[in-house]
Design a protein around this ligand. Structure first.
Ligand SMILES: *Cc1c(COP(=O)(O)O)cnc(C)c1O
Length: 227
């Protein structure tokens, strides 16, 4: 089933890339495997998926200890400071840095573990989608500057979630805001390359607005079962 779902998602990504003149190779597809059991992740690996997203620190720790191979883990959830260590050990990218305090803790722990940690800043582009995320340019620039000054952080981009709605205009505005923010930061001597945006419901719009990382769960794995 995963192979079939993936084929459909890939063909939609390819179609959208053609439509808006982008190259598929600029976009990383992250299969969001939260709540999915190990055998499902194994199946996904066998279909050639190279990136997996988890949003709970312990779940990422457990899964990353059970299965290793030629793929990356992404931590896409809200991170509590007492669980940073597990996440740094496993995750190639941490997508949702939303405070100087969290950035500082990730930097410290990364130093202890002798790692250069790639991070993205989570930006709140709408009030409905999530309670987390940086809002306001001053706060965003300060947090970005803090990451830049931190020896063991590599700030690679920005991440956002659009609200769950059928109104494409609302969703598109969130993604446009994220792209403009990245452009603005890069005009001010930052060098961000990544825009992590687009989920099952809105990834085509995200591609059209410049996404470089799609975080897709349901369209690949089917509906999640929460215990
Ligand atoms: C669960 C989750 C996703 C994937 O959502 P789908 O709608 O299943 O594609 C993407 N990003 C984050 C931050 C998530 O928590």
């Amino acid at each position: 089933m995963i192979a079939e779902n993936l084929k459909k998602v890939e063909s939609e990504i390819a179609e959208t890339c053609i439509k808006c003149g982008r190259n598929r190779s600029e976009i990383r597809l992250i299969a969001v495997s939260k709540t999915q059991p190990m055998e499902v992740i194994s199946e996904a690996i066998s279909t050639g998926i190279k990136d997996f997203g988890e949003n709970k620190a312990q779940e990422l720790r457990d899964k990353s200890e059970l299965i290793t191979g030629d793929f990356n883990w992404h931590f896409i959830g809200h991170l509590q400071t007492n669980k940073i260590k597990y996440v740094i050990k496993a995750a190639e990218f941490i997508h949702a840095v939303d405070s100087v305090k969290l950035a500082d803790e990730i930097n410290r722990k990364s130093k202890e573990l002798n790692k250069n940690q790639k991070v993205l800043l989570e930006i709140k582009t709408s009030d409905e989608a999530t309670k987390f995320g940086l809002a306001g340019e001053k706060e965003i620039f300060e947090t970005a500057q803090f990451c830049k000054n931190s020896s063991n952080l590599d700030l690679v981009g920005l991440m956002t979630m659009a609200p769950y709605t059928d109104d494409d205009k609302v969703i598109r505005n969130c993604f446009i805001e994220l792209r403009r923010l990245k452009e603005k930061l890069n005009k001010n001597e930052f060098a961000l390359s990544e825009l992590s945006m687009g989920m099952t419901n809105d990834f085509k719009t995200a591609i059209e607005e410049g996404a470089t990382m799609l975080r897709i769960g349901t369209a690949i794995f089917g509906d999640r079962i929460y215990k």
